[in-house]
Design a protein around this ligand. Structure first.
Ligand code: MLT
Length: 393
């Protein structure tokens, strides 16, 4: 018996598990201290009533002999995939429903999609970015090269012809920096991917937060993209499904490599290793696209945007450098007075009881940076920024 020794090359625990463990230890030592959590990007507002009603009705259906259902269709129910396709049409993108695969979330699919690729491929990952992209490839033993995101390029790295890659990760709006690409910039990545015969993994989990015109909410807005990009998205940050679990992946039929269709391969992989998302959850996701559901969800997103504005205004008053907040629920700030993000994390926790995410957890370029999330109660955000101002004002 031989284990996958690539695991030795991973950090001991996943970023957000390490933070949770540190905060739990601090709370045990200081039970009297009120902790304000703005670390992991987990939603705090309840599900939209339209979603709850649809899930309740679906549960009733399953409890009735006439309307009971067992296994669902492999790619997800038509009723949901048709709604997702309609959502893309509103963005200006035309998709066939059999290019859409419903899943239990973007994180699982981002990791699982790698099953389709050889271990010898080189992956290009932005730095900083969501740690799942690098970690899943470290587990597989793939070579990783990084695209540097920094203040000088607006945290939006563009292709470097001298770098060769087979799989290219793009997260826009970016987690953690909040920087978002335009369709023209994405088209440049598409041209680069085609020259390199590479595939783009595009993570659109935060697309609902794009508020500035001219920024893309899908990579499929870029020209010539259907032969080279897969898009991952989720209801987590849009409809508050972090605990409910539902997402989807788009695999265009033109994506063919060495005679193999990625759409067919992904279907084969999913039908073998995955039995789909529950009917109740898919009905809830469908309701997120109803007129009522859309209005209720827009209200929640507006509340998170308001929180982001509150954080930005507090940092403006303090003269702290930051990005994000406009097209993203995340605010990416330069640690005031600290060059080590974990030291800043400890200082902020111990002296203000505020939890954020150390920038270095998203990559080497995140050193000296820190992420705050707007996914929190308004009261928490206000109090946290008051405590922040008292420390750094
Ligand atoms: C984050 O805080 O970056 C996200 O919540 C992580 C995730 O979506 O898995």
């Amino acid at each position: 018996m031989k284990l996958n020794e690539n695991f030795k090359n991973l950090k001991e625990s996943y970023l957000f598990s390490s933070i949770a463990a540190k905060v739990a230890a601090f709370s045990r030592e200081h039970p009297e201290k009120k902790i304000l959590k703005m670390g992991i990007g987990d939603v705090t507002l309840p599900l939209a009533p339209a979603v709850v009603n649809a899930m309740r009705a679906a549960a009733e259906e399953l409890g009735n002999k006439q309307t009971f259902r067992g296994y669902g269709p492999e790619r997800g129910y038509d009723f949901l995939r048709e709604r997702i396709a309609a959502h893309y049409r509103e963005l200006g993108v035309s998709l066939d429903t059999d290019e859409i695969f419903v899943s239990d979330g973007a994180k699982s699919d981002l990791g699982n999609f790698l099953d389709l690729f050889d271990r010898e491929n080189t992956v290009l990952v932005p730095d900083p970015v969501y740690p799942v992209y690098a970690d899943t490839n470290v587990m597989a033993g793939r070579k990783i090269v990084y695209a540097n995101a920094c203040a000088e390029n607006g945290f939006l790295p563009m292709p470097d012809e001298s770098v060769d890659a087979d799989i290219i990760y793009i997260c826009s709006p970016n987690n953690p920096t909040g920087a978002a690409y335009s369709a023209e910039q994405l088209a440049e990545w598409v041209r680069y991917a085609k020259r390199k015969n590479a595939v783009i993994f595009y993570d659109a989990a935060y697309e609902a937060f794009v508020s500035e015109s001219g920024l893309a909410r899908s990579i499929y807005l870029a020209e010539g993209v259907r032969e080279c990009a897969v898009e991952f998205c989720s209801f987590s940050k849009t409809a508050g499904f972090t605990g409910v679990r539902c997402g989807y992946t788009v695999v265009p039929k033109e994506l063919v490599c060495g005679g193999l269709s990625l759409n067919a391969m992904w279907l084969r992989r999913q039908t073998t290793k995955f039995n789909g998302v529950s009917y109740i959850v898919q009905r809830g996701a469908e309701a997120a696209y109803s007129e009522e559901g859309k209005k209720q969800i827009a209200k929640n997103i507006a509340a998170y945007r308001e929180n982001a504005g509150e954080i930005c205004r507090a940092l403006d008053r303090l003269g702290v450098f930051y990005t994000g907040g406009k097209n993203s629920p995340y605010i990416w700030l330069k640690c005031p007075g600290f060059s080590d993000s974990w030291a800043f994390f400890d200082y902020l926790l111990e002296n203000a009881g505020v939890v954020g995410t150390p920038g270095c957890g998203f990559g080497a370029n995140g050193s000296g940076f820190f992420r705050l999330t707007a996914f929190a109660d308004q009261k928490t955000v206000r109090e946290a920024m008051e405590r922040f101002a008292a420390l750094f004002g």
